[in-house]
Design a protein around this ligand. Structure first.
Ligand code: SF4
Length: 277
């Protein structure tokens, strides 16, 4: 699979939003019924024809995970495997993501995983601004319903949803705030698969996710919200609520190390053979 653009399909082979946002909870104002539950969102996504991407999909990929997740991961869009299976991050990049989650003592059942666009762009090209705008209502509503304490954006398109025009390379690893949401940008796993030298950075950023949740909102390299008048830290989540980081660390996951970069992506989802780091 090759990419015809700069986008990164979530299958690991190789985004600014328009101003239009639909009222996801309100009456049908553009052919969209109210979305009161995650299941209703998923049903609407699977039947959606609001942008041209619907014409090329095998399956729409609404997203999945814990409806009360403390952390929500947002990728770019479905890749080949995701389109085939109708699930997010199930290709090589997904297996890397599984391993990274395991390295910090959690798994995809504890988090919620979704994408900026729910249908696969042809040949993993970049999603177009109009496509992202058309699809934004679904992700907006998923975020409202899950109401995560932390949003981790994977790659530049998901980051660009919140901070258009900024580069992910400089922004990654720094906790941000936008519209009352805590945003932690990291690289896209597929980018790490393509550039092995990025792996230590990715590992460090995932460690930081745990540190952010353990320590409240003071993550490494935190960038204060411009709305904070004096750089004061906004209210931190209560430790008792941070079950995400209290999950027992799996003994079968080797200590992460930037000096042991061997990766067997295909085996990353099998804990006993995990050789991510
Ligand atoms: S990408 Fe989003 S807006 Fe476009 S058809 Fe799929 S679900 Fe609908």
């Amino acid at each position: 699979m090759t990419s015809t653009g700069n986008g990164i399909g979530n299958d690991g082979t190789d985004p600014e939003l328009g101003p239009e946002r639909l009222n996801a909870t309100g009456p049908d104002n553009a052919g969209v019924s109210p979305m009161k539950t995650l299941d209703q969102v998923a049903d609407l996504v699977r039947n959606c024809t609001d942008c041209p991407l619907s014409g090329g999909r095998t399956n729409a990929v609404p997203g999945e995970g814990n409806p009360q997740a403390e952390v929500m991961f947002i990728g770019e869009g479905p890749g080949f495997q995701e389109d085939r299976q109708g699930r997010p991050f199930v290709g090589p990049a997904g297996k890397l993501l599984d391993g990274l989650l395991a390295s910090i003592g959690t798994n995809r059942e504890d988090v919620f995983i979704a994408n900026v666009v729910k249908c696969r762009p042809p040949d993993n090209r970049d999603p177009a601004p109009a496509e992202m705008a058309a699809c934004a209502k679904y992700l907006d509503r998923q975020i409202e319903l899950v109401n995560p304490k932390l949003i981790v954006t994977l790659g530049r398109f998901a980051f660009g949803r919140y901070f258009p025009g900024e580069g992910i390379t400089k922004a990654r690893g720094k906790l941000r705030e936008k519209d009352g949401r805590k945003i932690f940008p990291v690289l896209h796993p597929a980018a790490v698969l393509r550039r092995e030298e990025l792996r230590p950075t990715m590992i460090d950023d995932f460690k930081a996710i745990s540190e952010i949740l353990e320590g409240g909102t003071e993550g490494p390299g935190r960038v204060p919200d411009a709305r904070e008048p004096d750089g004061m830290t906004p209210e931190a989540p209560q430790p008792a609520q941070l079950s995400f980081v209290n999950a027992p660390v799996r003994a079968d996951v080797p200590e992460t190390s930037a000096e042991t970069p061997t990766v067997n992506v295909e085996e990353a989802s099998r804990p006993e053979q995990l050789t991510l780091f």
